[in-house]
Design a protein around this ligand. Structure first.
Ligand SMILES: C[S@@+](CC[C@H](N)C(=O)[O-])C[C@H]1O[C@@H](n2cnc3c(N)ncnc32)[C@H](O)[C@@H]1O
Length: 228
C-alpha cells in the first residue's frame, strides 16, 4: 500500500489529483481497517440516514421497498437498515474489497462493484429502486455531481435519494463547491425533485467533523428529464 493512499484516507486535499480508479484502490487498501478507524472517529451518518428512512417509510412498507446503498463500503447502512426492517437492500461500491467485507454481514441482496458517476450502471434497470442512500460518499474524489443523472435514472419517479454531507465538503471539495448546491436548487426550481434539507450539528455525523446536512431529494421525473 502506498503511503500516499494511507494518508489520503482522511485528507481530502491529497485526493484532488487521484483518479476514480486510484480512489477505489485506496478503499481496497482500507477495507481491513475501515471499521475500526472510522468507528474510532465516531462516524454515525448511517445511523442518521437509517433513522430518517424509518421516519419516512412505515414499518409495514419496509420489507417491500427496494433500496440501493451507494458507496456502501463495509455495510454500515445495510446493517442499520436491516435492523429497522428494510430487507431489500443492494450495495454499490467500486472497491471490491470493501464489498467483500460488506458481504460477510449478510445484509445486502446484490453487491454491485461499480462507480456511481456519469456512466450508465448496466447492472441496474431504469426506475428500479424506491430509495437510494449514500453516507460518507459525498467527499473529495468520491461520488461526483454528475452521478445524480444516473441516480435519477435508477430511482423510480416518486422515489428518494437520501444522503449526508459535511458542510466543509460542500464548501471546500473541488467537485462540490460552487456546484452541488446550485445543482440541487436548479432541479428543485424545475420541479425535478423536492428537497428536504435537515441541518446537522457538529458531532452528529462524526466526532469533530463539523456541521453537515442530511438531504432527501424526492424525485419527480424519469431518466429522460435532462442531461445534467
Ligand atoms: C468513506 S466510505 C463510506 C462507506 C459507508 N457508506 C459508510 O458510511 O461507512 C466511501 C465509499 O465510497 C466508495 N466510492 C468511492 N467513489 C465512489 C463512486 N464514484 N460511486 C460509489 N461509491 C464510491 C468507496 O469505495 C468507499 O467504499
Amino acid at each position: 500500500m502506498s503511503q500516499h493512499h494511507k494518508e489520503a484516507r482522511f485528507n481530502p486535499k491529497l485526493r484532488t489529483d487521484m483518479t476514480p480508479q486510484q480512489i477505489a484502490e485506496m478503499f481496497d487498501d482500507f477495507a481491513d481497517d475501515y471499521d475500526e478507524e472510522v468507528l474510532e472517529k465516531g462516524l454515525r451518518a448511517h445511523e442518521l440516514v437509517g433513522d430518517f428512512l424509518a421516519t419516512t417509510y412505515p414499518e409495514s412498507d419496509r420489507s417491500s421497498l427496494k433500496v440501493l446503498d451507494v458507496g456502501a463500503g463495509t455495510g454500515f447502512v445495510g446493517l442499520k437498515l436491516k435492523a429497522l426492517g428494510f430487507t431489500y437492500v443492494d450495495a454499490l461500491d467500486p472497491a471490491q474489497k470493501m464489498l467483500d467485507v460488506a458481504k460477510t454481514r449478510n445484509v445486502y441482496r446484490r453487491l454491485i462493484c461499480a462507480f456511481m458517476d456519469k456512466n450508465r450502471v448496466e447492472e441496474i434497470e431504469t426506475d428500479f429502486y424506491d430509495c437510494i442512500t449514500a453516507t460518507a460518499a459525498f467527499n473529495e474524489g468520491l461520488v461526483p455531481c454528475n452521478a445524480f443523472a444516473q441516480m435519477i435514472r435508477i430511482v423510480k419517479p416518486g422515489g428518494r435519494i437520501v444522503f449526508t454531507i459535511p458542510q466543509k465538503n460542500i464548501n471546500n471539495a473541488v467537485e462540490y463547491r460552487d456546484r452541488l448546491l446550485p445543482l440541487i436548487d436548479k432541479l428543485a426550481a424545475e420541479g425535478a425533485w423536492e428537497v428536504t434539507a435537515i441541518p446537522l450539528a457538529d458531532g452528529q455525523l462524526a466526532k469533530s467533523l463539523g456541521p453537515g446536512i442530511l438531504y432527501s431529494l424526492k424525485v419527480n421525473v424519469s431518466e429522460k428529464y435532462f442531461e445534467i
